[in-house]
Design a protein around this ligand. Structure first.
Ligand code: GDP
Ligand code: IMO
Ligand code: MG
Length: 437
């Protein structure tokens, strides 16, 4: 029937999980297309919180099939434990419900060891990765030495390959990274055997399933992880993740063509956060930043690290709209801004006294930009019960409509709380509204 991409438009944690849960109530398929268990997507339904790293955020709707595409890298232990937790609360997680693409890459203990050893060596210049082995796994995919899910079907062949690989990885850890960590055969093979035993029934061909679903006019949601500014190519390099996070990654990550996408929804907070190192022009290292962190519960889902907070950055958002081809925006966490007396939106960057027309490419330039702000009156009212656009205070409506105008993109959805139903439509929300019925 139609398909919708949900993509992070900032530095991750925009509330993609909440939106995907909300938008999959009538969806047939939901597909993760990139990233891995560096993602942490939170759903809140009837007072119960569910945190997901690999399983798509449509899992709470019994009629929605959950697919993990070839573009994803997965830690099999995390995937199995997530399935176990969901089964414990009565969710169906059998192989007809959860399908892992045969070409998705497996994260193994040496990937995590290398990720962490590299971060330690970088010292104060560290990227602040999640330490989950994401970068080293994508590297192995690119250099053709990674392990794909389908290889779990031929353990004899995989054993020979891994004997060599483990030796090489340990040599690299010891001599290049000067790490004391050495991975053992038993720890790697234990992971492989458990994965082979439990995940093989879930292996499938997501590209083919998607093709058939399109022919059958099914309703499909593609769920992004991380955010546009963490894209390995177009983000704030080198302080980024190791996958393409933008909507273009749907095509490679699922094995489909551009015509499989009908609408691209960019998810953005009404302010901005970032976890890990790297430039952040609108960062607030003051009482307002602390207020947003506390009120917004801005602590990492995966690592528990405090998230850095700042004002909404319209320069970066215009770039996100362009890089993804965003058709409409979902603005989340508007409720968190209640009680801030004056709000600001960054409308321009100045570098060495000159206005720049896009986010600079070099991190050192982005560190040096001077943001130019537009100031807004805040509001006091609690927004968490608002369910219609006209329930929002006039100041909040003005803040959103001006934001939309500056960025040049309609707002379709506004989120005013973590709960599924704390969500309302704006006038730009027709596609999304129709998608739900
Ligand atoms: P994701 O990675 O994009 O799925 O986002 P996370 O789940 O990592 O972080 C978003 C956090 O904000 C979660 O704790 C959500 O429950 C919460 N959240 C989502 N939308 C809203 C909202 O509109 N208001 C508030 N207060 N919290 C929200
Ligand atoms: P979701 O899907 C926020 C950040 C890390 C680090 C950088 C590289 O929940 O929005 P990595 O482990 O990927 O090599 O780390 O990327 N990062 C995220 N930040 N949300 C995420 O995912 C993230 N996934 C990775 O903090 O700065
Ligand atoms: Mg998250």
């Amino acid at each position: 029937m139609s398909s919708l991409v949900v993509v992070g438009a900032q530095w991750g944690d925009e509330g993609k999980g909440k939106l995907v849960d909300y938008l999959t109530s009538n969806a047939d398929l939901v597909i993760r297309f990139q990233g891995g268990n560096n993602a942490g997507h939170t759903l809140n339904v009837d007072g119960v919180e569910t945190k997901l790293r690999l399983i798509p955020s449509g899992i709470l709707h019994d009629g929605t099939q959950c697919l993990i595409g070839a573009g994803v890298v997965f830690n099999s232990e995390v995937l199995l434990s997530e399935m176990g937790q969901l089964a414990d609360v009565g969710k169906k997680v059998d192989p007809s419900r959860i399908v892992l693409d045969r070409d998705a890459h497996l994260i193994l203990p040496y990937h995590e060891a290398i990720d962490m050893a590299r971060e330690e060596r970088r010292g104060k210049d560290k990227i602040g990765t999640t330490g989950r082995g994401i970068g080293p796994t994508y590297e192995d995919r690119a250099n053709r030495s990674g392990v794909r899910a389908a290889e779990l079907l031929k353990l004899d062949e995989l054993r020979v390959k891994l004997e060599k690989t483990i030796e090489e990885k340990n040599l690299y850890l010891r001599t290049v990274l000067e790490s004391e960590r050495q991975v053992t055969w038993d720890e790697v093979w234990g992971v492989v055997e458990r994965a082979a035993e439990r995940l093989v029934p879930h292996l499938g061909n997501v590209s083919l399933m998607l093709h058939e679903a399109r022919l059958a006019e099914k309703r499909i949601v593609f769920e992004g992880a991380q955010g546009t500014l963490l894209d390995q190519m177009h983000g704030t390099v080198p302080f980024v993740t190791s996958s393409n996070t933008i909507s273009g990654a749907v095509l490679t990550g699922c094995g489909t063509g551009p015509r499989s996408i009908d609408h691209i929804l960019g998810v953005a907070k009404a302010y901005c956060t970032r976890v890990g190192s790297g430039p952040f022009p609108t960062e607030l290292e003051d009482a307002t930043g602390d207020f947003l962190r506390e009120k917004g519960g801005e602590f990492g889902t995966v690592t528990g690290r405090p998230r850095r907070c700042g004002w909404f950055d319209a320069v970066a958002m215009k770039r996100a709209v362009r890089l993804n081809g965003i058709d409409s925006l979902a603005i989340t966490k508007l409720d968190v801004l209640s009680g801030v007396e004056k709000l600001q939106i960054c409308i321009n960057y100045h570098l060495n006294g000159e206005k720049v027309d896009d986010v600079p490419s070099l991190a050192s330039d982005l560190e040096s930009v001077e943001p130019e702000y537009l100031t807004f009156d805040g509001w006091e009212a609690d927004l968490t019960q608002a369910r219609k656009w006209h329930h929002l205070p006039q100041e909040a409506r003005f803040y959103l409509s001006t934001l939309s105008e500056i960025v040049g993109c309609p707002i379709s959805v506004v989120s005013v709380g973590p709960e599924r139903q704390s969500t309302l439509f704006s006038s730009g929300g027709n596609f999304i509204r129709n998608f739900l019925v």
